[in-house]
Ligand binder design. Structure first.
Ligand code: ATP
Length: 270
């Protein structure tokens, strides 16, 4: 039993650590190819979790299963306490996704694209919301430009506007700063952090830019060969791998992840 005055604190704590996303023993095979071997991790409400790993580690496949675009071979994915396998529509209404590598229809103008998605997400006061987001990401001047005529950096920012239209509780960002110049990347990073904090949004963030990750992620999940290789706060990971930067940890995992496990086992046995 909790003392009376800590009751409220307990309830607030429970709410704050509400489980938003839970992946258990996820496996995905494409014929003989195992894209994801065995992945388990979670994200609580308001957390920014970095999903990291070398090329081919299985990050995109994992995100695709979260969006219900890929069916797992085995394992479970629950979002907001519901299984994606049966509650995809209910879940996706409360989520959104942005990738530097996915393009919105090119033959529509920027504003037309956002209007379509605003209608799909049943956004209230859509016009105001769209104007606010275009201004925030500094692309108002392209509102009447064909989407296909945008540069990749402008298109990335349009994708982010699309991803924030429905005030998602869970936002999945796949390399959101990949095609941005350093100035815009810095602004976008700061904007993501600001919006995340204001809305207490949960963010799953994949990036190869470890500076981004160190700056904005509360917790990171390092994948390698379709498995979770390490998990913890950036500080914990740096201590665990005895490195000064996440970039050094990344390189170490990419080049000799299994050796690290063996070293650790040897250390434990000694
Ligand atoms: P990157 O950082 O390069 O984007 P990733 O971590 O996102 O890599 P995935 O795209 O999930 O990795 O791919 C994991 C593995 O699964 C890779 O070896 C890839 O070639 C393979 N793979 C992914 N999709 C398919 C598919 N549709 N059919 C066959 N193999 C696939």
């Amino acid at each position: 039993m909790f003392p009376h005055n800590s009751n409220l604190a307990y309830v607030i704590l429970a709410f704050m650590s509400e489980l938003v996303l839970e992946i258990k023993n996820l496996r995905k095979e494409y014929g003989a190819k195992v894209a994801v071997q065995d992945v388990s991790f979670h994200a609580n409400r308001g957390e920014v979790v970095g999903l990291l790993g070398p090329n081919g580690a299985g990050k995109t496949t994992t995100i695709q299963t979260l969006l219900g675009l890929v069916l797992p071979t085995s394992g479970t994915v629950n979002i907001f306490g519901m299984p994606i396998a049966t509650e995809r529509i209910k879940i996706l209404q409360r989520c959104n996704f942005s990738s530097a590598y996915i393009w919105l229809p090119e033959n529509l103008k920027v504003r037309e694209n956002l209007n379509v998605f605003a209608a799909l997400y049943q956004v209230k006061k859509a016009k105001e919301k769209i104007n606010e987001l275009l201004e925030m990401f500094e692309i108002s001047q392209f509102a009447n430009t064909l989407t296909g005529k945008l540069s990749s950096g402008e298109s990335t920012r349009l994708n982010l506007c699309k991803a924030l239209l429905n005030d998602p509780e869970l936002l999945m960002l796949d390399e959101p700063t990949a095609s941005l110049d350093p100035d815009i990347a810095d602004k976008v990073r700061k904007l993501i952090v600001k919006i995340q904090k204001e809305k207490n949004m949960t963010v799953l963030y994949t990036s190869h830019n470890m500076k981004d990750v160190q700056e904005i992620c509360n917790r990171v999940v390092f994948m390698q060969h379709g498995k979770v290789h390490a998990e913890g706060s950036p500080k914990q990971i740096l201590a665990q791998f005895k490195q000064k930067s996440l970039e050094d940890v990344f390189i170490r995992i990419a080049r000799g992840g299994d050796l690290i496990e063996e070293e650790e086992k040897a250390g434990e046995e000694a």
